[in-house]
Design a protein around this ligand. Structure first.
Ligand SMILES: NC(=O)c1ccc[n+]([C@@H]2O[C@H](COP(=O)([O-])OP(=O)(O)OC[C@H]3O[C@@H](n4cnc5c(N)ncnc54)[C@H](O)[C@@H]3O)[C@@H](O)[C@H]2O)c1
Length: 209
């Protein structure tokens, strides 16, 4: 019988990595059990909200004891997909793309950038952190060879729409878009439009005047 994964609202998914960071720290400190109230104090999220978020993962705490830290960490890692390796390609190896390709942290979250693609002849044919940088025109063939399912997009904004479409045509299943061009959601592909500047705007707005 086919089982479908339960639908988890996006705000809940966004909170889960914070819970993971919190329980990973507790596990490293040798703590065995943690209550949603204790997590709540550390993260400023309501404890009933935490219990509800964790129930999506089928993780339930024990009355008066709380959650077993190791089990909770494992459950969060499994659910979030940070344990699985996802092959990704970097589209545009300029200042942002090169920094992301060189970042060893992403692989700890299951994102394995296996190659870069660019149009600049000074960059194409070189390697970065041991990973090859290929010509953009070779994308379709290489995506199949590399078994890549995710594209990280860091090209100039005017090329973003075309690059996104070419990635989808090449069989990519998810786009992590860093350009200011807002890629519209589509049922055929998972899209995350990401801007560190949006967080900066919130910080400026909330700064004491
Ligand atoms: N989301 C964020 O928080 C954030 C932060 C910094 C930059 N950005 C955005 O990321 C993008 C890249 O910024 P950058 O500073 O690295 O720019 P950059 O000019 O240093 O790099 C862009 C690279 O893309 C390559 N490129 C151009 N057309 C291409 C194509 N069709 N296919 C593949 N590669 C192509 C260029 O040759 C270059 O190497 C920009 O759109 C910028 O606005 C977003």
């Amino acid at each position: 019988m086919e089982t479908t994964a339960p639908y988890v609202p996006e705000p809940a998914i966004r909170r889960l990595p914070w819970y993971l960071a919190c329980v990973s720290r507790l596990r490293a400190e040798g703590v065995e059990y943690v209550s949603s109230t204790a997590i709540s104090h550390q993260l400023n999220v309501d404890s009933s909200q935490i219990a509800k978020d964790l129930s999506y993962l089928n993780i339930k705490g024990k009355t008066r004891i709380g959650y077993e830290v190791k089990e909770l960490e494992r459950g969060l890692l499994d659910f979030l997909g940070f344990h699985r390796e996802h092959n990704a390609v970097m589209m545009g190896v300029g200042s942002l793309g090169a920094a992301l390709m060189a970042d060893s942290g992403l692989s700890r979250y299951g994102l394995n950038i296996v190659a870069g693609f660019d149009v600049n002849p000074d960059v194409v044919g070189t390697r970065l952190g041991g990973k090859p940088i290929y010509d953009y025109s070779d994308l379709e063939r290489r995506v199949r060879e590399l078994d890549a399912e995710i594209a990280v997009i860091a090209v100039p904004v005017e090329s973003a729409a075309e690059v996104a479409q070419k990635c989808v045509d090449a069989g990519i299943k998810a786009l992590w878009n860093f350009t200011p061009f807002h890629i519209k959601t589509s049922p055929a592909v998972a899209i995350q439009n990401t801007s560190i500047y949006a967080h900066l705007a919130v910080m400026y707005n909330r700064m004491p005047k």
